[in-house]
Design a protein around this ligand. Structure first.
Ligand SMILES: Cc1ncc(COP(=O)(O)O)c(C=O)c1O
Length: 382
């Protein structure tokens, strides 16, 4: 259970926080999660890696998520404890020895993934194939992704039929998965990947029931404009109609960013100002680490003084994190009040994805202060 305030003003007046505070807007998560669950034409698994903070997992669960894509046994243990009524999936082709066994034995996990023949035998030693679904992960890359996820994982499409045949022969249910990347800016990427999946599936002497189209569903950020999620849903639905799936065929997805980004903000404090340089108490080694990806350069923001939003003339500033490293600078200049100064606070919105998971305590700067802003009219910066 997190502390709760009505809005940022109340938080700032009550606490005048020195360290970063991460603020959950529950109504924003409820709305964005509902939109995804209602719009995607299939089963929706939340990719826990995008934000593994217990408060976020609980919030997404409270918003309706019941399927969780986990990358490791610790993620399975975490979600299993927080959401015992949910279904957990172990969707990483790389596993620590013994962890698939524990996932199945202790948490009832039935879904696993491999992307190479060499990964299949060790998995089969640990699980009961008759009770398992094993996905073959196909490598698909598309130029519209913020980050290509096929460089490391995934079998070439031409090798997929042999891998699915080996899974079929093992007694497990074979299924197909791909991941077109993260932050995918063109829904055509999913049509393209589904086309490749179709070609592979047509060569098989048996049918598969499940196709997992992965994550990648994007979020708008300033200067990073993407089509509406509904475009992704409708084009995926249409493309999937041509798939030769078995009876009871179903699509699955693994959205991380789209579910976790919208409802979290970071309230930071200005520690130092030198002309056009502002030094914050959070940065590239903290919750802003994802800004190293090409394309996504900043979050929406607003400044507060004494709990009150600052208005008036603005100008561009360079933003630095608090550590000694010169690379601890955000990639884009940000428009802020011209008189911004030490002790003012800056709130960054839409920061739920790839922020809390992955932050470090480099140089001793770290905060795990997560609160909830539950006021009826509280809105994050958009
Ligand atoms: C296997 C897998 N599934 C899902 C995701 C989630 O991607 P996104 O946050 O873009 O939806 C990732 C991201 O790295 C991934 O590697």
């Amino acid at each position: 259970m997190t502390n709760s305030y009505a809005n940022v003003k109340e938080l700032l007046l009550d606490r005048d926080p020195q360290l970063p505070v991460y603020c959950i807007y529950p109504h924003v998560y409820r709305k964005s999660t509902r939109h995804f669950l209602d719009g995607f034409p299939g089963r929706v698994m939340y990719a826990v890696k995008a934000n593994n903070h217990p408060a976020i997992i609980e919030q997404l669960h409270a918003s309706g998520v019941r399927h969780f894509d986990c990358a490791s046994l610790p993620e399975i243990e975490l979600v299993g404890k927080l959401c015992p009524d949910s279904t957990l999936y172990y969707m990483n082709p790389v596993r620590v020895s013994g962890h698939a066994r524990a996932a199945q034995h202790d948490f009832g996990v039935r879904h696993f993934v491999v992307d190479h023949h060499s990964g299949l035998a060790p998995l089969l030693e640990e699980i009961n194939p008759a009770q398992s679904v094993i996905f073959a992960r196909m490598a698909v890359s598309h130029e519209s992704a913020l980050e290509d996820l096929s460089a490391k994982f995934g079998a070439k499409p031409e090798n997929i039929p042999a891998l699915l045949t080996a899974i079929h022969a093992s007694g497990a249910e074979p299924a197909l998965a791909f991941n077109v990347g993260t932050g995918v800016t063109d829904p055509a990427a999913y049509e393209y990947a589904i086309g490749l999946a179709r070609e592979a599936l047509l060569t098989l002497p048996f049918k598969v029931r499940l196709l997992d189209v992965g994550g990648g569903f994007p979020k708008n950020y300033p200067g990073y404009n993407v089509p509406a999620l509904d475009d992704y849903f409708s084009r995926t639905r249409l493309a999937a109609q041509s798939l030769p799936l078995a009876d009871g065929g179903e699509l699955l997805s693994e959205p991380g960013r789209a579910l976790s980004a919208p409802g979290l903000s970071a309230v930071t404090r200005v520690l130092l100002r030198k002309t056009n340089r502002v030094y914050l108490n959070d940065g590239m080694y903290g919750a802003f680490w994802e800004l190293r990806f090409r394309g996504h350069l900043q979050y929406p923001c607003r400044a507060f003084r004494g709990g009150v939003p600052m208005t008036g003339e603005t100008k561009p500033f360079r933003l630095f994190g608090p550590t000694c490293d010169s690379t601890d600078e955000m990639p884009a200049q940000v428009e802020l009040p011209a008189n911004i100064d030490v002790g003012d606070h800056i709130e960054f919105g839409s920061i739920g994805a790839y922020s809390l998971s992955g932050r470090t305590d480099f140089n001793g700067f770290y905060s795990d202060d997560v609160i909830s802003l539950a006021g009826e009219f509280a809105e994050p910066p958009q």
